[in-house]
Design a protein around this ligand. Structure first.
Ligand SMILES: C[S@@+](CC[C@H](N)C(=O)[O-])C[C@H]1O[C@@H](n2cnc3c(N)ncnc32)[C@H](O)[C@@H]1O
Length: 279
């Protein structure tokens, strides 16, 4: 049992067993603990690929030429910092609930002399930003950690101006039946082993694996975004479907022709399509 393994019994439960309050408490506990190792471990668990996926997100934001961008669940600030460098005249706000993650972000922003970033410690589900105050809202590997995905997206859409861009990078479960067993093996066994071996935090990395396994499929997330008031929703898969970049425009009717998506974005990716979408 939990006591005999020396692991934290609180962290072993799957998301599905938890109340929203319990889930939020666990998530905060995880990120407060792993903040110093987070960036290094991101490289390890994604084989360095998260950098390319984040670059794709940043390129899409730059195309929108925003004056104000909110990065929700900003963590140690990868996205905020890349945006601040790419858009030096743009106001970038990095928002997260974990003070420890934001402390790491603050150090990075100072080291990079990024003066156009503001840090805000806030709960994504109860943000204090005014309605329609940002041109772009981004979130990267944050949504699946929220206790209520729908409310999270609704809040991000609330602070987005009409016509503004919402963009979400998130890990995902592949739909291809040939690929799924390998991902199950990776998430269920390899990722906790990596956590145990490299940072002595197997339960925290088990949590990261569990939260991906129970997260929405790519199509479910696309439909949720539409329900939250986004149109022209598209997504692009990475690494055999192990991650995806979803985009939507506030206030554009669903499937509107007004917004032409980048050629490599997909809608309702067929399972084999994921195999052909490696960046
Ligand atoms: C996996 S990290 C992502 C960090 C960063 N965006 C990246 O791409 O590397 C998830 C982040 O979500 C934050 N988070 C979890 N629940 C939150 C909430 N309710 N409001 C705001 N941030 C939250 C955590 O503190 C953590 O920093």
């Amino acid at each position: 049992m939990a006591e005999s393994t020396g692991r934290d019994p609180e962290l072993r439960a799957n998301d599905a067993d938890l109340t929203p309050e319990q889930k939020q408490a666990r998530v905060t506990q995880v990120f407060q603990k792993i903040c110093e190792d987070y960036d290094h471990m991101n490289d390890v668990i994604s084989f360095g690929r998260h950098r390319a996926w984040k670059r794709a997100l940043v390129r899409r934001v730059v195309q929108a030429r925003p004056r104000a961008v909110l990065d929700v669940a900003s963590g140690t600030g990868d996205i905020a910092l890349a945006l601040a460098r790419a858009l030096p005249e743009t106001r970038i706000v990095a928002c997260d609930l974990s003070e420890n993650m934001l402390e790491v972000a603050q150090r990075r922003f100072e080291a990079a002399s990024a003066s156009n970033i503001e840090i805000s410690c806030q709960d994504a589900l109860h943000m204090r930003f005014s309605d329609e105050s940002f041109d772009v809202v981004t979130t990267s590997f944050g949504l699946r950690n929220l206790p209520d995905f729908q409310r999270g997206v609704e809040q991000m859409v609330r602070v987005l101006r009409p016509g503004g861009l919402f963009i979400c990078l998130e890990s995902s479960y592949p739909t291809n039946v040939l690929v799924r067993p390998f991902f199950h093996l990776y998430f269920s066994h390899l990722m906790p082993w990596i956590g145990r071996t490299f940072v002595a935090a197997p339960d925290e990395y088990q949590w990261l694996a569990d939260s991906t396994e129970v997260f929405l499929s790519k199509d479910e997330l696309a439909r949720l975004m539409e329900r939250a008031g986004l149109g022209a929703v598209h997504y692009r898969s990475f690494m055999l479907g192990g991650a995806a970049l979803h985009t939507g425009i506030k206030g554009v009717p669903h499937r509107a022709a007004a917004v032409v998506p980048p050629a490599r974005f997909e809608r309702a990716t067929p399972a084999l399509g994921e195999l052909c979408s490696i960046p």
